[in-house]
Design a protein around this ligand. Structure first.
Ligand code: ZN
Length: 265
């Protein structure tokens, strides 16, 4: 059993003295002792399914083909581009963000298993690929929206992923009213979808254990949520260093799929 610690410093010292095998054991104990475990994930969760993240060496922006190279990557996924150069926006969007055939990986499946067995209360994700739900997770808060849903900007009628990705028109048009159908994705320059973000805030506020995976927490909404966390245990799984490594009790600098499938074994 993990003992009680008198001070944060004492707790920190204890966790940092553990071997790799002991760390996994401690991780299991924390999960079983905690009343509300929440997972907060970033792009790194999906890269193991082959979805490129934005900025890394093999990231989306470096793979981009020639016709998009003269644009700033943030511009191509911005509300300015959607409204100002709509055809360009959809051309880029269709070429790069279609995740319909992508399969979940070990991390997604382990999280779904943890939830179904009652260990995990919810998943908060920055990813827009719907892979957590595909793996079976039920409580998923997609704070940047999803590419699997779209809506008409005028009558708000909803459309699935096929409607936009398979549209014969360069700009998908609502059959009901003729206006543009756009993805339910938060673009650069837009505010976050409030129900998902509010639910995420609520989850983080209730959590006594926060597992953070696949994000460096450099910027943005995941970083904000991680800073708000005031529960007992923070666990970070990320190959690279993150902003909150010092705050975390356990840090695994390994593949997130590997660590989580080991955990649920
Ligand atoms: Zn419409």
């Amino acid at each position: 059993m993990i003992k009680e610690f008198r001070t944060e410093k004492e707790k920190h010292k204890y966790f940092h003295s553990l071997s790799d095998a002991q760390k996994m054991e401690a991780f299991r104990e924390i999960i079983t002792q905690s009343a509300c475990v929440v997972f907060l994930g970033g792009a790194g969760v999906s890269t193991e399914s082959g979805i490129p993240d934005f900025r890394s060496k093999n990231g989306l922006y470096r793979k981009t083909d020639r016709r998009f190279r003269r644009y700033q990557p943030e511009y191509l996924l911005s509300s300015n581009c959607l409204w100002g150069e709509t055809k360009l926006f959809f051309e880029y969007y269709r070429a790069n963000l279609d995740a319909r055939l992508v399969q979940p990986n070990a991390a997604h499946y382990a999280l779904a298993q943890m939830e179904s067995e009652g260990w995990l209360k919810g998943v908060i994700t920055q990813n827009i690929d719907g892979l957590h739900q595909k793996a079976g997770s039920m409580n998923v808060q997609e704070i940047h929206g999803t590419t699997l849903r779209n809506h008409c900007v005028s009558c708000l009628k909803e459309y699935g992923a096929d409607f936009v990705f398979d549209s014969p028109d360069p700009i998908p048009k609502c059959p009901a009213c003729g206006r543009m159908v756009r993805p339910d994705v938060t673009l650069y320059g837009e505010t976050l979808p409030s129900p998902a973000y509010d639910n995420a805030l609520d989850l983080v506020n209730r959590a006594d254990c926060l597992i953070i995976g696949g994000t460096s927490l450099e910027v943005g909404s995941a970083a904000q949520l991680a800073h708000i966390f005031h529960g007992k245990y923070m666990i970070i799984i990320n190959k690279g260093k993150t902003r909150l490594t010092g705050r975390a009790d356990l840090v695994f600098r390994e593949s997130i799929g590997k660590v989580l499938s080991e955990l649920v074994k």
